[in-house]
Every structure is written in structure tokens, then in C-alpha cells.
Write a protein that binds this ligand. Structure first.
Ligand SMILES: NC(=O)c1ccc[n+]([C@@H]2O[C@H](COP(=O)([O-])OP(=O)(O)OC[C@H]3O[C@@H](n4cnc5c(N)ncnc54)[C@H](O)[C@@H]3O)[C@@H](O)[C@H]2O)c1
Length: 353
């Protein structure tokens, strides 16, 4: 049985042939539809679990499962190692997404999860912002200018008429390098002090690697009354980006409540103070429309449904373009009853594969 591998080289071909904007637009469309059509009797999402990675590089390695009943399980294995960029020149978030057949357990496909995670995290924020942010939002503020900031801004730029971007990072080198990384968007992107970013943003994205116990990362005392915040970096117990006072005066919408209560901004709130989750927003946006004039927060911890959608979008592109490498990874192409059947042929027990 075949397994399709979609590698970094295949992704480069997909982007070259589909276009980076068309790729993001297609994902925005597919993810919004998946949220609107989400049916928990058909799709089972589990909250993630993981292991702590050891010092001197504290972080986590986690697994995020989702099952579409009768069809497939998508499982993302994702690590968060915030020292990676400085120590090894590789991303903080490293992941791979695998797709399994639910009848047999066979691995159908294995897809890079680094680009996939960045794409879907940006798309989720843009969709939440479409429902919660002021429709005339023109100024985007970025707090944390690393990898996720690129796709936060890209996805938002496909939904809003952004005129100006103000960006702050605690690391001056990262802050300085952002404009070049997002120059393909043709927006005015200015490094700015935190207080200026906070005061001028209509939409604020916090995507920082703040340490557990060191948050919040914004002060929240001079925000615009209608500001919408995509809080992306709060995804571990004790790791928060927003002050409690901001959460208390805002409509706080988690991507996945069960998970956000453990590791999102929602860990700071009692359940009755938490607003609708992303699926509820997508199904009934009109119910929450009045909030676009007021303060709102999207508590993004990372929802496995987003991984399912982006994995399938990338696979569809790869299949349409004839990309990917087919391998026989699993030792199942021999005899069902003989694990040595293929690898250790013996007289009288020849197998076809
Ligand atoms: N919600 C999701 O679905 C999701 C998905 C991917 C990543 N994340 C989280 O988003 C965050 C950013 O991920 P990334 O891949 O961009 O990491 P990254 O390492 O590329 O960038 C993080 C940046 O945050 C900066 N930073 C740290 N503390 C700061 C502070 N107090 N103020 C301003 N900047 C600060 C760092 O200097 C760094 O440049 C991480 O916490 C990650 O776990 C969430």
C-alpha cells in the first residue's frame, strides 16, 4: 500500500504553481466552510497532549489528533522549541501532519507541518477577525515578529484593507527583519515601540514565545475601544500574553474551549466569562456582530480541525499537480500473517509484492 510524502520541495512547487495568495485564499475558504459545517457527531477533535522537552532548550513535543468518522484520522506531531531560531537557525515550531485510514490504520500521507501550521494559524486568526474586528480596520499591530507573524499578516491582508502595520518584538534583530519578510504583501510595515503598537492597532496579533509565568506581553491600558486581539502565543499552562483586565472587558472567543481552558488565555477566566468558540462564531456570525464595535479577543491555542483542513488542502494541490513521492513505508506489502514475508523471502513462501 502506498504512502504519499509531501516534502518541502513539493511545497515549493505548490506555491510556485498555485501562488502564495491563491493558496491562502483557498485555505481561508476551506477552513471557514469546515468551521461552518462542523458536526461533532461526525468529527472528533481531541485536545493536545505532550512531553516537556528538556533544558537547556525548554519546550514541548505534542500530538494533536482529529478523526473524521468513517474516513480518516489526521495527527499532527508538533514541537515548540523557542531557542531553535537563535541556536540552530531553524523554526521554533516544527511539525509533521499524518493522515491515516480509519478502516485499516494505514498511513495514507505524511505532509510537512511547518508551513501547514503557519498557514492555518494565520487563516484562523483572519477568520476570527472577520467575525469580531471592526470591518474598517486599517492598522494591524504585531507583537512578536517571528514566523507566525508572517502568516498572521498575510491572512489578515486577504480579508481587510490594511493601510499600515506596526510591529514590535523584544528581540531587535527579529523586529528589524520583519519588513523584508512581509515585503511581498506591499504594505507599509514599521517597527515601533510596544506602546505605539498598542495605541494604534485596530487589530492586534500577539504571537510571542513569552516564557511560562513571564506574561502578559502587552499592557492593555491604551488600546482602541474596538480593538480585536488575536492572542496566538498562549498555548501552554501558565503561558499568557494578555492582562486579565483586557480579557475581562472583552468578548473572549477560544478556538477550542476544552484546550483553551488549560493552556490559552481562557485559563485566566472562569467559564461563565468566556464567549462563543470559533465554530459558534462561524455558524452564527450575525449574533455577535455588535461586538465588532467593541473589544474582542480570539484565544488561539491551535485547533486540530485546522490541521485536518490544511493537510487536505495541501494534499489536493499536490495530487492535482502530480507532486509528492509515493513510498511503501509500512511493511504490509507481503503476507498478512508473516512479517518476514517480504523482507526475508523463504522457499515456498514467495509473495507478490
Ligand atoms: N495558536 C496557534 O495555533 C499557534 C500556532 C503556532 C505557534 N503558536 C505560538 O505562537 C508563538 C509564536 O510562534 P512563532 O513560530 O512565531 O515563534 P518565533 O520564535 O518565530 O517568534 C516568537 C517571537 O516572539 C518574541 N517575543 C518573545 N517574548 C516577547 C515579548 N514579551 N514581547 C515581544 N516579543 C516577544 C521573540 O523574540 C520571537 O521573535 C509561540 O508561542 C507559539 O507556541 C501558536
Amino acid at each position: 500500500m502506498d504512502t504519499l510524502l509531501i516534502t518541502q520541495q513539493d511545497l515549493k512547487q505548490i506555491v510556485a504553481r498555485v501562488g502564495i495568495h491563491a493558496l491562502m485564499d483557498g485555505l481561508l475558504h476551506s477552513l471557514e466552510r469546515a468551521l461552518q459545517e462542523f458536526d461533532e457527531t461526525q468529527t472528533e477533535v481531541r485536545k493536545r497532549e505532550g512531553f516537556l522537552l528538556e533544558a537547556p532548550q525548554p519546550g514541548v513535543l505534542e500530538w494533536m489528533p482529529v478523526m473524521r468518522k468513517g474516513d480518516s484520522v489526521t495527527l499532527k506531531i508538533v514541537s515548540y522549541a523557542p531557542a531553535n531560531p537563535r541556536r540552530f537557525g531553524i523554526p521554533t515550531i516544527i511539525a509533521n501532519n499524518s493522515l491515516y485510514d480509519v478502516q485499516t490504520g494505514h498511513l495514507r500521507a505524511l505532509v510537512d507541518g511547518v508551513l501547514a501550521t503557519a498557514l492555518r494559524t494565520g487563516a484562523a486568526s483572519a477568520i476570527a477577525s472577520k467575525y469580531l474586528a471592526h470591518p474598517d480596520s486599517r492598522v494591524v499591530g504585531l507583537v512578536g515578529c517571528g514566523a507566525q507573524a508572517v502568516t498572521q499578516l498575510h491572512a489578515l491582508s486577504r480579508v481587510f484593507g490594511i493601510e499600515r502595520v506596526l510591529a514590535y518584538d523584544i528581540d531587535p534583530d527579529v523586529q528589524k527583519s520583519l519588513p523584508a519578510r512581509v515585503a511581498f504583501l506591499g504594505l507599509e510595515v514599521l517597527p515601533a515601540p510596544l506602546e505605539v503598537v498598542e495605541a494604534q492597532a485596530d487589530i492586534l496579533c500577539t504571537a510571542t514565545s513569552v516564557e511560562v509565568g513571564a506574561g502578559p506581553v502587552i499592557r492593555g491600558t491604551a488600546l482602541k475601544p474596538h480593538v480585536h486581539i488575536n492572542a496566538v502565543g498562549s498555548d501552554l499552562p501558565g503561558k499568557i500574553e494578555l492582562p486579565l483586565a483586557v480579557l475581562e472587558r472583552s468578548l473572549v472567543c477560544p478556538d477550542f474551549l476544552a484546550q483553551a481552558l488549560v493552556e490559552g488565555e481562557c485559563q485566566q477566566l472562569s467559564p461563565e466569562k468566556i464567549g462563543p468558540h470559533l465554530v459558534e462564531l462561524a455558524k452564527e456570525p450575525a449574533r455577535f456582530q455588535a461586538w465588532r464595535q467593541r473589544g474582542t479577543v480570539f484565544d488561539s491555542t491551535g485547533f486540530a480541525l485546522e490541521d485536518q483542513v490544511v493537510t487536505e488542502v495541501l494534499l489536493q494541490h499536490a495530487l492535482a499537480l502530480g507532486l509528492g513521492t509515493v513510498v511503501q513505508l509500512e511493511n504490509i506489502n507481503g503476507s498478512a500473517l508473516d512479517p518476514y514475508g517480504y523482507v526475508f523471502p523463504r522457499p515456498g513462501l514467495e509473495v507478490a509484492a
